[in-house]
Design a protein around this ligand. Structure first.
Ligand code: ASP
Length: 340
């Protein structure tokens, strides 16, 4: 694919060679993401970060990634504080914002809405999550994490076994990740969910059509026993029409240290797109796993920065110029807290 000027709406746009370019570029971004060097390659550029649904990680990490390339960020959050609350159309919002910015990231509660933003403008639009549809950049950073956690190159993803657990119906991150992983060979997927929250057939068919194995179960212990990657997800409260139905599923799947030690394959990597529902009775990943060497969730969120930097630099056509305008970072920067 030609990244320059492209909208990034779905993982379907990516082939293996695109992933290779993106991840090689992300690896080059790590010195900036980890604050060893500073680059100003996007000095003067503006990102419009339009989030019409709640977000912490995606919104801040898109913004921070753009800032770390030297660009400026303008945010709007929620409908309430945007003119959409006054009935403004997607076309008008998108056209107006494209007069103020060079690239747009949009999160929206309706599947397909981000594409409507993209259709109304020529500036690149990146899907930051469209309802239960897709979250392509989450899948890209998840795959980058899988690759790094297993100390593998992209060519060595083949043969892995992945358990996806939780609300597979409404969780857009697993839709995107399963589709992206299906580009590789010989994978084995175990999908763990209640029957009413199954992975959509369309996603399962895609994965099967590429000759991967897919098993479905409601049983967590059975689902994780052979998995190299254990990918937990949150029950997506905001997609349920009744609180009672949500309450029936909440807390259904939870992993703690004992469960991990007793049931998971040795060395299994624990991932989650976050947020974890940390309220009592839920906790898909229990707090007692904090600091566990195989808990990759914070390395996963950290990886969002180099991957999103790589995407911006490729989409805006500056990936080969990043190091030309770089210097050492001078400020104090401590280590992270989360390794044992
Ligand atoms: N942060 C992810 C998303 O926006 C996962 C979640 O919300 O559960 O889809």
């Amino acid at each position: 694919m030609d990244f320059k000027g492209s909208d990034i709406l779905s993982v379907d746009q990516f082939q293996k060679e695109d992933l290779k370019l993106l991840f090689d570029t992300a690896a080059q971004m790590e010195i900036y993401a980890t604050r060893q060097r500073v680059t100003r390659v996007l000095e003067g550029a503006v990102l419009a970060n339009l989030f019409f649904e709640p977000s912490t990680r995606s919104r801040v990490s898109f913004g921070a990634a753009f800032n770390r390339l030297g660009g400026e960020v303008r945010d709007t959050t929620g409908f309430r504080f945007s003119s959409m609350a006054k009935g403004e159309s997607v076309y008008d919002t998108s056209r107006v914002i494209s007069g103020y910015s060079d690239v747009m990231v949009v999160r929206h509660p309706e599947e397909g809405a981000v594409k409507q933003f993209a259709d109304a403008t020529k500036i690149p639009v990146i899907n930051g999550g469209d309802g239960p549809g897709e979250h392509p950049t989450q899948a890209l950073l998840d795959l980058y994490t899988v690759m790094k956690e297993h100390g593998r190159s992209l060519d060595q993803i083949d043969g892995l076994s992945i358990a996806m657990i939780g609300d597979l119906k409404n969780g857009r991150t697993v839709h995107s990740l399963a589709k992206l992983l299906s580009l590789f060979e010989d994978l084995s997927f175990t999908l763990v969910s209640p029957k009413s929250l199954r992975m959509p057939d369309e996603v399962i068919e895609r994965v099967r059509s590429r000759n991967h194995q897919v098993q479905e179960t409601e049983n967590l212990a059975e689902g994780v026993k052979n998995a190299d990657i254990v990918y937990m997800t949150r029950i997506q409260e905001e997609r349920f029409s009744s609180p009672e139905e949500f309450a029936r599923h909440r807390g259904r799947y939870s992993i703690d240290r004992k469960f991990y030690a007793d049931q998971c394959k040795e060395g299994a990597v624990l991932m989650h797109p976050l947020p974890i529902d940390g309220r009592p009775g839920a906790q898909e990943i229990n707090d007692d796993l904090h600091g566990h060497p195989k808990l990759a969730v914070y390395r996963q969120t950290d990886n969002g920065i180099p991957v999103r930097m790589a995407l911006f630099s490729l989409v805006l056509g500056v990936a080969d110029k990043v190091h030309d305008v770089a210097k050492d970072a001078l400020w104090y920067h401590p280590e992270q807290v989360d390794s044992e």
